[in-house]
Design a protein around this ligand. Structure first.
Ligand SMILES: Nc1ncnc2c1ncn2[C@@H]1O[C@H](COP(=O)(O)OP(=O)(O)OP(=O)(O)O)[C@@H](O)[C@H]1O
Ligand SMILES: [Mg+2]
Length: 386
């Protein structure tokens, strides 16, 4: 991987460059004296995979420099070191395609983690074993993202796969309540408080078991504890989750903050849930535009039209015309069954296994589960040969 570091204080980054190049990981770091105005030069000259650039202030001049580079080289990741962490700065940075904004004086480990994420995204890093990460986002409150995420996760577990759902609605998450009737004993904030001890057993111990193969890592009961969970914590949790579980399902917050974007980055598949009504569609369009600016290809994002009926005023063709090339999946309306399942804190498949919504979620899970190997050389085939 080719990395360019641009700074007016290259000496201060000597240790970082050595750290990034350490080991046999095929990384080469080129140092360039300068600032964000030199981004274009570095991009054209070296065509690196990553540019680390020291910059504390994005004026309109620097924003247009970045935008021109990200337009021309969409796979090139630009990481800002020294940026501010206020939402306005982060949104501006995100809009022009900057991948990450790290604080001034970010530790080597933080920069290393950011570079590793780019490697993972570009497929340059080999993970030991990697389960799939599936993220759910609702285009507007009440679309049904949480209900679908929990019940799809349950069905994947019933298909024999190990599944973890992480509730990332950190302040008011209630994923567990939609599918389970027992109290939670731990949550994601408890992991954040013990991040130094995080390993597979702490992760398992912090989850609530919903069924044989399906567990939930709940959001904290106290909304104030949401602040204890950072994107770095989430990253560390996901590193373990993908090695321990076949599927990690993320129920995301709609606010596109650092943690949510990190989660979306790590997802192999994103489901954007909406209903076939104008306010949902308008928001979905906006979210899809942000996803494109984050560099997500359309295959990564599937649109899920929930509570969809044949006679809907807005049909599938209208949705396609409005939302663009992403695949569209529909889930029918089933108010009675869904309300019963949620009110009883049970999986839908346990309450109404033959209902239309259950059937749609089961088909969805089947599409994600690996197909069984055809039986060859078994007794039947041997008998048939005679
Ligand atoms: N297919 C469906 N048929 C009927 N009702 C449904 C269906 N899917 C979800 N619902 C209902 O929609 C309500 C809202 O769903 P949910 O809480 O999952 O939405 P959400 O997108 O996660 O909202 P938020 O963005 O506020 O977290 C649920 O209480 C449920 O009753
Ligand atoms: Mg929700």
């Amino acid at each position: 991987m080719k990395i360019v570091l641009i700074s007016s204080r290259l000496q201060a980054f000597g240790g970082l460059c050595e750290h990034l190049e350490r080991g046999d990981r095929g990384r080469v770091v080129t140092r360039q004296e300068g600032g964000i105005q030199d981004l274009r030069l570095a991009a054209d000259h070296d065509q690196p995979d990553v540019i680390l650039v020291e910059c504390s202030n994005l004026d309109s001049g620097s924003l247009s420099v970045v935008e021109r580079v990200t337009d021309q080289y969409p796979r090139m990741a630009i990481i800002l070191i020294g940026g501010q962490q206020d939402p306005e700065f982060l949104i501006q940075a995100m809009r022009v395609g900057i991948r990450e904004v790290l604080v001034a004086g970010a530790s080597r480990e933080t920069v290393e983690a950011a570079v590793s994420r780019v490697e993972t995204k570009l497929g340059l890093r080999i993970r030991q074993r990697s389960g799939q990460v599936i993220a759910f986002v609702s285009s507007k409150g009440g679309s049904g993202a949480t209900f679908l995420a929990t019940n799809l996760a349950h069905q994947l577990g019933s298909g024999g796969k190990k599944v973890l759902l992480i509730d990332l609605n950190l302040q008011f998450g209630e994923a567990i309540l939609t599918i389970h009737d027992q109290a939670q004993s731990s949550d994601i904030a408890a992991i954040a408080r013990n991040i130094g001890r995080l390993d597979a057993s702490l992760l398992h111990a912090s989850t609530v078991k919903v069924s044989n193969h399906f567990s939930i890592l709940a959001a904290p009961e106290d909304p104030a504890q949401a602040l204890q969970v950072s994107s770095e914590h989430l990253n560390a949790i996901l590193d373990i989750a993908v090695e321990e579980y076949d599927f990690t399902v993320l129920d995301l917050n709609r606010t596109l903050d650092d943690l949510t974007i990190r989660a979306l980055d790590r997802a192999d598949q994103i489901y954007l849930v909406l209903q076939a009504m104008l306010p949902y569609i308008r928001n979905a369009k906006r979210v899809l535009t942000v996803f494109r600016s984050l560099g997500y290809v359309s295959e990564k994002v599937e649109v899920v039209v929930n509570r969809f009926g044949r006679g809907a005023e807005v049909g599938l063709d209208d949705l396609r015309a409005s939302l663009g090339p992403n695949r569209i999946r529909t889930v029918p309306n089933g108010f009675r069954d869904v309300a019963d399942a949620i009110n009883q804190g049970q999986p839908l498949a346990a309450i109404a296994p033959s209902g239309v919504v259950s059937k749609a979620i089961s088909d969805w899970a089947q599409a994600l589960l690996p197909k069984p190997e055809p039986i060859s050389g078994g007794l039947l085939s041997r008998l048939l040969k005679f």
